[in-house]
Design a binder for this molecule. Sequence first.
Ligand SMILES: NC(=O)c1ccc[n+]([C@@H]2O[C@H](COP(=O)([O-])OP(=O)(O)OC[C@H]3O[C@@H](n4cnc5c(N)ncnc54)[C@H](O)[C@@H]3O)[C@@H](O)[C@H]2O)c1
Length: 258
Amino acid sequence: MLDLTGKNALVTGIANNRSIAWGIAQQLSKAGANIGVTYLPDDKGRMEKKVRDLTEPLHPSLFLPCNVQDDEQVQATFDTVKTDWGKLDILVHCLAFANRDDLAGDFSDISRQGFQTALDISAYSLVKLAQQAKTLMIEGGSILTLTYLGGVRVVPNYNVMGIAKAALEMNVRYLAAELGSNNIRVNGISAGPIRTLASSAVGGILDMIHHVEEVAPLRRTVTQSEVGNAAAFLCSDLASGVTGQILYVDSGYEVMGM
Ligand SMILES: NC(=O)c1ccc[n+]([C@@H]2O[C@H](COP(=O)([O-])OP(=O)(O)OC[C@H]3O[C@@H](n4cnc5c(N)ncnc54)[C@H](O)[C@@H]3O)[C@@H](O)[C@H]2O)c1
């Protein structure tokens, strides 16, 4: 049985009720996990309010600002996890960012700055968070990230994010190899296209969704809660033998040749 009772789960990347991280947080909570939430702070505190109101029904025992580009904020987040929880069992890395200009048009036009930003926020951040998480996963643990097929194949307009996802997927494998001896598992879910704030920045996202609805074996795309269910499995002891893997939760689209 899928049971996360007694597990402390820190979930990053909730922005609104469409966020994949929100789907994951709900399923982890349903399975009994104690939830902590981080959000991306802004000057006016809008994100804080929105995410606080949204996640209130899950009674998060931690609610912290964490911009992954800010080392002090990352440190402060994990210092609080240590003080308040004592141990961490589950870390969900569910965030990404690239400049809108770099998610359409010619791939070769990407600027150095745009490349660095996308790779820093969307790929390096997993390493940064894992650095901190590994010291608190004293009973072992599970780290999970979110990726997309555009990291292994060319998808129109995904451009710089494809490079970031390729790096992210290798991060999963290197981290799994390093942390396995501490019984820390590291996996990724490659989700099918879902309408969210982040995906709306990718040129032609609706066309991508319609294409999946026509071609994928299940003839539809996936929902946040389907991704959440797979996440709960990967974060639970039911997946105790699974690490370094990318699990496709995409209605089967990845297997199709045409
Ligand atoms: N939506 C899709 O179709 C799809 C498909 C496959 C994978 N994914 C991946 O799922 C993850 C979640 O995206 P989503 O689609 O739910 O969109 P979303 O916009 O709801 O979530 C993206 C999150 O990234 C956060 N973020 C951006 N920059 C940050 C920073 N510097 N520090 C901390 N947080 C930051 C945002 O605040 C937001 O919460 C991403 O990694 C995305 O690439 C999405």
